[in-house]
Design a protein around this ligand. Structure first.
Ligand SMILES: NC(=O)C1=CN([C@@H]2O[C@H](COP(=O)(O)OP(=O)(O)OC[C@H]3O[C@@H](n4cnc5c(N)ncnc54)[C@H](OP(=O)(O)O)[C@@H]3O)[C@@H](O)[C@H]2O)C=CC1
Ligand SMILES: N[C@@H](CCO)C(=O)O
Length: 444
């Protein structure tokens, strides 16, 4: 392989991930250079506040508060966009690509919103845009999907794609705390997005689900066409109730394609999964992705989904691919820039309406503990078209109320919404009814 003897890297953003990338390239430079056959130079990193104290120390000359000094620097070959957000990051990425640089990113929000434009720009400029760290942190899911499992079509991909939510749900389960009591620790560990609603309201995992759906099925799904629900409304009691029923609560992305009627459904919501499932053992900051391919069967990948080191590992793997591409090696086996391949994958595919998505359900109701209440509640379920599978009652002697927990047989979102509406109107129901979906993983 011929090409440059030295590859120069500029980093946009020197926060959790940017510092991790810098630190590991510096610490592991000799081994990396041996493997890649080139020298690596970390040229500069851009930040917004030059005076901020940072864990990874840099000479003053290596930091700039002008990100354009990186994307416009003719000496820099690879730009790592680790700023986050979608406005400035988009501008800088387009500018770096237009300047002929290879760009590596961990920014799932940006790809979800502007992936098409950015892939087109990379294709036009004859460079690559790499994004392994954008989904599931350190798990090499992008490479697995487009290279290792290239022989497959995927009826089902599901998993835990947000480290922050999984960390919070795990500690709620283990320590009985509320999520407000735990989120600060997740922040300190560097898991939480600058805009934490991305993690807590499900958007971050939804962005990742959109990216996986595109890679597997060639279709960009708009977030407003998806069911997206985060973990904010889950109480420590729901976690305990779920446990009593034999389940754990996980924030799950589910990407299901029906190859008979060519519909695709992409959704993201907390779900009860049986404690015995391997996915239920994926705890703390770990993510898990289960891919069912028509050739391979089911493959499950588990690893750290957020945090400095795991994410740096994924970014550096992209830097290695970028070095190879710059040195003239062929690009990825199937790259997102091969738009024809992706167009063909998604041809004729329609998006299932969120209301038609099928699931079994868990309902929590607080009712006045009085005669006839159960009959009213079960009638509401049956009028909505839901069939009850199990029921548990917890008495609250302090105020004479009772908490009723129901699970249902498989139905759909339209029926579940109808049930909520009917239950809300019942006089003995004294608190907003709450539901969660139950996800029954297919046999492996
Ligand atoms: N943290 C994680 O575990 C993971 C994060 N990601 C993604 O990686 C990206 C970075 O995340 P993370 O490192 O956590 O974020 P941080 O908030 O820790 O870091 C962001 C960095 O960008 C810098 N920055 C922000 N605005 C500007 C600007 N206008 N000009 C120059 N620099 C700017 C900040 O500067 P300053 O330091 O001065 O404020 C900071 O150094 C995001 O897209 C995120 O979604 C992906 C996987 C895991
Ligand atoms: N905030 C994200 C970072 C990794 O993408 C998470 O918690 O999963």
């Amino acid at each position: 392989m011929e090409g440059k003897r030295k590859i120069r890297i500029g980093i946009l953003g020197f926060g959790t991930v940017g510092q991790g990338v810098w630190k590991h390239i510096k610490e592991d430079r000799a081994a990396l250079e041996r493997r890649l056959g080139v020298k690596l130079e970390l040229v500069r990193a851009a930040v917004s506040d030059l005076s901020k104290k940072r864990g990874v120390k840099l000479a003053k000359s290596k930091l700039t508060d002008d990100p354009y000094a990186i994307v416009d620097d003719p000496k820099i070959d690879i730009v790592c966009e680790l700023i986050g957000g979608t406005k400035l990051a988009r501008k800088l990425t387009l500018r770096a690509l237009a300047n002929g640089k290879t760009v590596v990113t961990a920014n799932k929000a940006l790809i979800c919103e502007h992936g098409d434009e950015l892939f087109t720009a990379a294709r036009k400029e004859g460079v690559h845009y790499f994004f392994e760290a954008s989904v599931a942190g350190g798990i090499p899911i992008i490479k697995t999907l487009r290279e290792g499992l290239v022989a497959n079509r995927f009826p089902l991909i599901y998993g835990i794609l947000n480290g922050t939510s999984n960390y919070i749900l795990t500690r709620m389960e283990r320590e009985g705390l509320s999520f407000e009591e735990i989120v600060g620790d997740a922040r300190d560990l560097g898991y939480v997005e600058a805009d934490e609603s991305l993690d807590l309201d499900g958007w971050d995992a939804a962005h990742k689900a959109v990216i996986l759906a595109y890679l597997a099925h060639g279709k960009w799904v708009n977030l407003d066409e998806m069911l997206v629900e985060g973990i904010r409304n889950i109480t420590a009691r729901d976690v305990a109730y779920a446990s009593e029923l034999g389940y754990k609560i996980k924030l799950l992305a589910v990407i299901a394609r029906n190859f008979n009627d060519e519909t695709l459904s992409v959704r993201l919501h907390p779900a009860l999964i049986k404690k015995g499932e391997i996915m239920a053992q994926v705890d703390m900051v770990f993510n898990g992705v289960s891919l069912t391919g028509d050739v391979v069967g089911t493959t499950l990948l588990v690893g750290r989904g957020a945090g400095q080191d795991a994410t740096a590992s994924a970014v550096i793997s992209d830097i290695a691919d970028a070095v190879h591409a710059i040195q003239g090696a062929p690009g990825p086996l199937i790259s997102e820039e091969d738009e024809d391949i992706y167009r063909q994958l998604g041809e004729g595919l329609t998006l299932a309406k969120p209301k038609s998505v099928e699931s079994a359900y868990y309902f929590r109701l607080r009712v006045r503990d009085e005669k006839g209440v159960l009959a009213k509640v079960t009638k509401a379920f049956s009028d909505a078209g839901l069939s009850v599978a199990t029921m548990i009652q917890h008495e609250e002697p302090s105020d004479g109320s009772a908490v009723l927990l129901f699970t249902t047989h498989v139905s759909n979102e339209a029926a579940a919404a109808k049930a909520i509406n009917k239950l809300e109107q019942l006089d003995p129901v004294i608190e907003a009814p709450f539901l969660l979906r139950i996800f029954n993983a297919p046999e492996m």
